[in-house]
Write a protein that binds this ligand. Structure first.
Ligand code: PMP
Length: 355
């Protein structure tokens, strides 16, 4: 217990991010980053344009970037909100919409930050169990009268649901916000973006961290009705009005200029996902169908923690959780073909040694 910290945080369990080791070079397949660098346009935009103007604050309204995103997604700038990573966006959303009268629900196996934000903000929350095979059953969320957070595709399972299923959930909870976290939508899932034209209570969160190779730039954005965006703005201007740096802004604009590069990269990742899944299945692994840039897999012979440690000792980092329901499973980010071949070689070695 801290001598100085408010006692309301005594029971708070902070989120534990994936390892970002600084000591040695790993084949890094643990935090769902893109293995591909930002496009050449991004590199030159950051070098040339804004560095000399870092003495000046950035535009608090993010005018240029919101206009570009709005044009790209066929909405208006007032339907777009920018945040310092979608983590900050999630935090603002929990802060804006959840309290003791407006509890929140999300799946029991999903992104680890959801329960942390609920605890931090002292909002009651319910974790709704996924069904057999980590399947999300939409009817578990229909008409429950709570705020709802669903990652689609889900993390760490990679499983996705359809926009029609999302619509049922949004339609049957009209007095509460349904937040759909589409961090991984650009690897094959179906976005529910068109629904924001019809439903005021749908909040879509996306990020530049995965598909757009910009995890280090920290940029997330929301697409939603103007009312929900105005609510988020109110929170942002009460916390940190300059939440997007100048360098991130120019990097993001250049990213949007080179969309084809990122679409090509996503195709490669999807091909590597199919390849890695097939190779793991040859080794007897159980895998889930993934529409994200990672796969969730379980080895019949080697327990999850042991496989994680064996891979780490061999220079390959993947993600493992001690949580009982998923302790047998590993989440493996999909990298380049070369990275996946190294990963698979090390897996084969460990499985062979296990007999
Ligand atoms: N949502 C989900 C489901 C995630 O897996 C992540 C990445 N860990 C995030 C949001 C946050 O991503 P970022 O803050 O980098 O945008």
């Amino acid at each position: 217990m801290s001598r100085y910290m408010s006692s309301r945080f005594d029971t708070l369990e902070a989120y534990v991010p994936g390892e970002q080791p600084q000591d040695m070079q790993y084949v890094k397949l643990n935090t769902n980053e893109s293995p591909f660098p930002p496009s050449p346009e991004v590199l030159s935009a950051v070098n040339a344009a804004e560095t000399g103007r870092l003495n000046l604050y950035p535009d608090p309204e993010g005018t240029a970037l919101r206009a570009r995103l709005a044009a790209m997604y066929g909405v208006e700038p007032d339907n777009v909100f920018l945040a310092n990573g979608s983590d900050e966006l999630l935090f603002f959303a929990f802060m804006a919409f959840c309290d003791s009268e407006r509890p929140v629900a999300f799946p029991n196996i999903s992104y680890g930050f959801y329960p942390v934000y609920a605890q931090l903000l002292q909002a009651p929350y319910t974790e709704i169990p996924l069904r057999e095979g980590f399947v999300l059953n939409p009817s578990d969320y229909c008409g429950i009268g709570k705020n709802i957070v669903i990652a689609n595709p889900n993390a760490p399972t990679g499983r996705a649901i359809s926009a029609a299923d999302i619509e049922e959930i949004v339609r049957t909870n009209p007095d509460r916000v349904v937040l759909v976290d589409e961090a991984y939508i650009d690897f094959g899932g179906e976005s529910c973006l068109p629904l924001i034209q019809t439903y005021d209570n749908l909040l879509i969160c996306q990020t530049f961290s995965k598909f757009r190779s910009l995890a280090g730039g920290r940029l997330g954005f929301a697409l939603a009705s103007k009312g929900l965006i105005a609510d988020l703005e109110k929170i942002k201007y009460s916390v940190n009005s300059y939440n997007i740096s100048r360098l991130t802004t120019v990097a993001a604009l250049a990213t949007l200029d080179s969309n084809d590069y990122y679409v090509e990269n996503s195709k490669k990742i999807q091909a590597n996902r199919a390849y890695t899944t097939a190779e793991l299945e040859k080794l007897g692994f159980e895998t889930l169908p993934s529409l994200a840039n990672f796969i969730f897999a379980r080895c019949p012979k080697v327990e999850g923690g042991a496989l994680y440690r064996g891979l780490k000792a061999r220079g390959v980092l993947v993600r493992h959780w001690d949580k009982p329901e998923i302790a047998d499973w590993l989440r493996v980010t999909i990298g380049t073909r070369e990275q996946m071949d190294i990963f698979l070689d090390k897996v084969r070695e460990i499985v062979r040694e296990a007999g």
